[in-house]
Design a protein around this ligand. Structure first.
Ligand code: ME8
Length: 676
């Protein structure tokens, strides 16, 4: 194998463009982003690639349904992914679309090369085909007429196709993996692939007849065929580097081999087909394939076909970028399945982010501002807290090692041990007590300096996970460097800053009640400085109870704000604007099985795909009376699952004497019109 490239080349799967992006897609992409940012802070050259998979039967069928050409259709729906990555702070260096000419050119060249080498042949095929997965299966694979992957019915198909001689490379692949067990992770996935490779490999059918699948990359030497969507898609990992260099080989050598982060659903394609395609092109296998687990809802895999997807856009609207990034990587072990829970997310925001980190910054900044206004907090001769420095020297490098090993939740756990150490230092050294004794001013300054340095280092190690928050911490500390130039080597030294001139600062995170609504002034993390309310500023002194922060058990109690019913508070216009209302037209309506109250509606709100909305209106409306009706839909409500059906919005209705009456519009309105 060639010498390892100095580049850290990292990829996510390229997602099917016609899917609705959900937190599963966000999870893979955020994890890759954390890794990319970490390696940049390690001063390695990084190339981070993500993109969309735009060919194949499903896309073609969806385009037909919308009466659009496939290209126009994919162009229209692409922003679903692109915009989401921007909102999630994803720092990809390139974005590949499989319809881009650079990719199409690369795939055509590969096909020609493999043909020249004698790795392709034409053959007859008869067997089972799963339309949704676009995959062939043998008799052994198919039980009860169902696809072994997605459990949907398969079809019998008989046709002539082009095959890739995969079986030729089976022995080579086995011996490669025997000598490189670290290249598939976690270990359970490595074992799975070694088990798979014990059975003889069938050759891979890499073409589809145009008569059946017209939307794909044409096969240059077989005009009646297009390229199988998976063969096309996998090649993105090399067509992009090729497009950056002059010719195949040259551009790639700089970057290859890549680290692929994927979900466990696509392990076989990546760990078996892909290294074999690479071997046929005389390229080494990937550096690492890491297959993570599922995000589930009530134990079921989240997917569009199951209708239980959690929309990251709605969570972003409610909570913002960093809380969502934090939750997804902190909640479960990377490699294992994790169940989504809104309460779990809210707990992480309230406890880890607002209490542990947000309050810490407010308190330390408030003390530095109050006790050293103007003069600043200077680097002391002797450490203010040797214990804290010791913790920084051990915990922070450990957090980095965990991140490099893709143990993201352990990395965050370790960083929070350091945050706990900072909080402990505040409690133990009680700067507000030192401040009362003029003789201990030097000690006060030294302790505060160490706390400020600790916060700066927290921002450095946290930056790959929570880039916005890190930026805010550094800004609050008055550290001029932006996060884009952070380096562990240069900035990871305790005692780097000469002096801190810090001003009291607002809160980093807003605490939430159990429904996700912001808690008002009573939420500790949401205290804002106002002119008329001095006490609402972050308080350095201990609370009246004598405790600095609520204990772990206190924090776990349900929040009172969500239990008592207070008079409805006034909201300002900005709050009202957060609710997105749109006109919708009901396209389909049916009862929800086993429910007397609920109807399942398909509502067109002007998006490429109608939304499923579950409404408690069965007592007042028959399904057939609803079709064609114009309704008013709340479109940015977090999805909720009712009687097993996930609702992606809510209809507005008034309570009447007889039940409910839907709100509608006094005049014609197209679906998706805004409501003011
Ligand atoms: O398979 N939990 O695209 P895709 C966690 N186009 N991650 C999940 C998830 C879940 N419930 N659901 C999806 C394809 N993912 C092909 C890939 S690559 C050359 C071609 C994530 O849109 C996870 O990363 O179905 C999974 O592997 C990927 O989305 C599948 O995305």
């Amino acid at each position: 194998m060639a010498e390892r490239s100095p580049w850290f080349y990292l990829t996510t799967p390229i997602y099917y463009v016609n899917d609705v992006p959900h937190i599963g897609h966000a999870y893979t992409t955020i994890a890759a982003d954390v890794l990319a940012r970490t390696h940049r802070q390690m001063e390695e050259p990084v190339f981070f690639l993500t993109g969309t998979d735009e060919h194949g039967q499903k896309v073609w069928q969806s385009a037909e349904k919308h009466s659009l050409s496939p290209q126009l259709y994919v162009d229209r729906i692409l922003p679903r992914f692109r915009d989401l990555w921007v909102r999630l702070g994803i720092s990809n260096d390139d974005f590949v679309r499989t319809t881009q000419p650079r990719h199409v050119k690369g795939v055509s060249e590969v096909l020609a090369r493999l043909r020249e080498k004698g790795d392709l042949y034409e053959g007859a095929y008869e067997g089972w085909y799963c339309l949704p997965d676009e995959r062939f299966w043998t008799d052994k694979d198919v039980v009860d007429g169902l696809c072994p992957e997605c459990r949907r019915p398969v079809e019998r198909i008989s046709e002539t196709n082009i095959f890739f001689r995969m079986s030729r490379y089976q022995e080579w692949l086995i011996s490669w993996y025997e000598s490189h067990p670290e290249s598939i992770r976690p270990e359970s996935r490595y074992n799975e692939i070694m088990g798979f490779l014990r059975k003889p490999l069938a050759d891979l059918c890499i073409s589809r007849p145009k008569s059946r699948v017209p939307w794909g990359i044409p096969i240059p030497f077989a005009p009646d065929y297009v390229t199988y969507v998976w063969f096309d898609a996998l090649l993105n990992y090399v067509t992009v580097p090729w497009s950056l260099g002059a010719t195949p080989g040259e551009g790639l050598d700089r970057l290859w081999p890549a680290v692929h982060i994927i979900g466990k659903d696509i392990l076989t394609t990546h760990a078996v087909y892909w290294p074999i395609i690479l071997a046929a092109l005389d390229l080494p296998p990937p550096r690492l394939i890491f297959a993570h687990g599922w995000w589930t809802v009530d134990g079921e895999k989240m997917s569009k076909s199951r209708g239980n997807v959690v929309d990251p856009g709605a969570l972003l609207d409610l909570f913002g970028t960093d809380p969502l990034r934090f939750y997804l990587l902190r909640e479960g072990q990377f490699g294992h399945d994790v169940d989504f829970s809104l309460i779990g997310l809210i707990n992480r925001i309230n406890r880890d982010l607002a209490n542990d980190l947000g309050n810490l910054l407010s308190r330390v900044a408030a003390m530095a501002d109050r006790y050293f206004p103007g003069e600043g907090v200077s680097r002391p001769e002797t450490p203010g807290s040797p214990e804290l420095r010791e913790a920084a020297n051990t915990l922070l490098p450990e957090a980095l090692a965990r991140t490099q090993a893709l143990e993201f939740h352990r990395a965050l756990q370790t960083l929070w041990e350091f945050v706990a150490e900072l909080n402990r230092t505040v409690d133990l050294r009680a700067p507000w007590v030192l401040a009362k004794d003029p003789e201990r001013r030097g000690e006060l300054s030294a302790v505060l300096y160490d706390l400020l340095e600790g916060l700066r280092l927290t921002a450095l190690y946290l930056a790959p996970f929570l880039p916005e928050t890190s930026g805010k911490i550094l800004e609050a500390l008055g550290v001029p460097a932006g996060i884009s130039i952070l380096s562990y080597r240069e900035h990871g030294v305790f005692g780097l800053e000469k002096i801190y001139r810090v001003q009291e600062t607002g809160s980093l995170f807003i605490k939430r009640d159990t429904l996700g609504n912001p808690l008002g002034e009573e939420g500790e993390g949401s205290r804002k400085k106002t002119r008329s309310d001095k006490t609402a500023t972050a308080t350095p002194e201990p609370a009246a109870s004598g405790k600095e922060r609520p204990s772990e058990t206190e924090q776990e109690k349900p929040n009172k704000a969500s239990e008592v019913s207070a008079p409805a508070p006034l909201i300002d216009y900005a709050d009202f604007q957060k609710v997105r209302l749109a006109t919708g037209i009901v396209r389909e309506a049916e009862p929800v099985p086993k429910s007397k109250k609920l109807l399942k509606l398909s509502v067109d709100v002007g998006e490429p795909v109608p939304r499923t909305v579950v409404a408690g209106i069965a007592g007042s409306y028959r399904p057939e009376d609803l079709v064609g009706k114009t309704v008013v839909v709340v479109t940015n409500l977090a999805p909720a699952t009712l009687m097993g059906v996930t609702s992606q919005g809510m209809l507005l209705a008034a309570t009447t004497q007889d039940g409910v009456a839907l709100l509608t519009v006094d005049g014609p309105a197209a679906p998706g019109n805004g409501i003011k």
